[in-house]
Design a protein around this ligand. Structure first.
Ligand SMILES: [Zn+2]
Length: 362
């Protein structure tokens, strides 16, 4: 608007200056790109309205609706603004669209350098361009695309949630869960189930026995898993609570995890957190009997069976131990064979040995 006033004040004398398109040339307004071109009689070339070349004298300028009209009038395209080729905006859009296809076809988002090289621009320029056109960084675009694939997999109802996550190119399901709430609006299990049974918060940490997963429901701690592979622990949690809404723990949750880790390192101190047991009546009787075994002692499966008043249910006692989801908090590691042998342990017999050794020393 300012420019128009400026132009008006200059009291136009030539027909070019009286043309409403003249202001676009003076301001080099890119918004007029593609709307018309102008030719310069003295040089014989025609230009885009925003051509960066020095503007010719108005008496030598003529306006044309498009390139074809300018060329019919005998003008050549300017080598600087290349009015007969795709505009810069169009070329940028094509380059970024190409980069998007590349990202979609890759398991991992390609390195910025790689994407920039393919686009023929510097990494810095590429990153800025990508963001200005898609509204996302290449990395975020890759994450959003993978999440979309998970959503499609989940919607078709085939395969497990974990399969869908891995099929979509997420290297780890915990990484996926960090972002799934944002992307799906809910977590995959809840999405698949079409509803939410319960919200379960979880986090995976490290303790002297390896990886440890801690999860809580609204009622209390509902899972303590031990293992070598954090992702396998997350899969276990998923299988255990298939209809639950699994949420990655926040900073506040970290405090609870360290509390549980502290307890696993020194079970003698006890865990003063409510537990959410979720077993059958029989299982819960067994688990209660296990919690009555002091640290540093072991009992046999038949002794537990006797203690709960079901002396013949030794096998069922062993099964209830194996179904325990709360490692150490329900100390199934304190149950041994009648001959004192270690027998199995859901989280590995070496961990059972380590726990018992630790408890016998304290
Ligand atoms: Zn030009």
């Amino acid at each position: 608007m300012k420019a128009m006033n400026l132009v008006a004040n200059l009291a136009p004398v030539t027909s070019a200056e009286r043309d409403p398109r003249w202001a676009a040339l003076v301001t080099r307004d890119p918004a007029f790109d593609g709307k018309f071109v102008y030719s310069v009689k003295t040089t014989g070339v025609y230009c885009r309205p925003a051509c960066p070349s020095r503007l010719a004298k108005p008496e030598n300028i003529a306006f044309h609706a498009d390139c074809a009209e300018a060329e019919r009038a005998g003008f050549r395209p300017c080598l600087r603004c290349r009015p007969n080729e795709a505009s810069l905006a169009e070329r940028h859009a094509a380059v970024i669209a190409d980069a998007c296809r590349r990202i979609e076809a890759s398991e991992e988002v390609p390195a910025l350098d790689t994407l920039a090289r393919a686009a023929g621009v510097s990494p810095y320029h590429f990153h800025r361009l990508f963001k200005s056109i898609t509204g996302l960084t290449p990395k975020a675009y890759g994450a959003a695309h993978r999440s979309r694939r998970v959503r499609d997999h989940l919607s078709d109802g085939k395969g497990s949630v974990t399969e869908a996550i891995y099929d979509a190119g997420f290297g780890s399901s915990s990484r996926f869960y960090e972002t799934s709430n944002k992307v799906l609006g809910m977590t995959p299990s809840a999405f698949r189930a079409g509803g939410v049974e319960a919200q379960i918060k979880f986090a995976v940490g490290e303790c002297s026995l390896g990886a440890i997963l801690v999860a809580t429901s609204g009622k209390g701690v509902c899972a303590i898993f031990l293992g070598d592979d954090p992702d396998a622990l997350v899969r276990d949690l998923q299988d255990r609570f298939p209809k639950a809404d699994l949420i990655g723990g926040d900073a506040e949750f970290e405090a609870l995890v360290s509390k549980v880790v502290g307890f696993v390192e020194a079970p003698g101190i006890g865990l003063d957190l409510p537990l959410d047991l979720r077993g059958t009546a029989f299982q819960e009787r067994v688990w209660q009997a296990l919690r009555d075994i002091p640290a540093g002692e072991t009992v046999s499966y038949s002794q537990i069976a006797e203690r709960i008043g079901a002396p013949r249910a030794v096998r069922a006692v062993a099964q209830a131990c194996a179904a325990n989801a709360l490692a150490v908090a329900i100390p199934c590691h304190r149950v041994v064979r009648n001959d004192g042998g270690l027998s199995g342990y859901r989280w590995g017999v070496e961990r059972k040995r380590a726990l018992l050794l630790k408890e016998s020393r304290s």
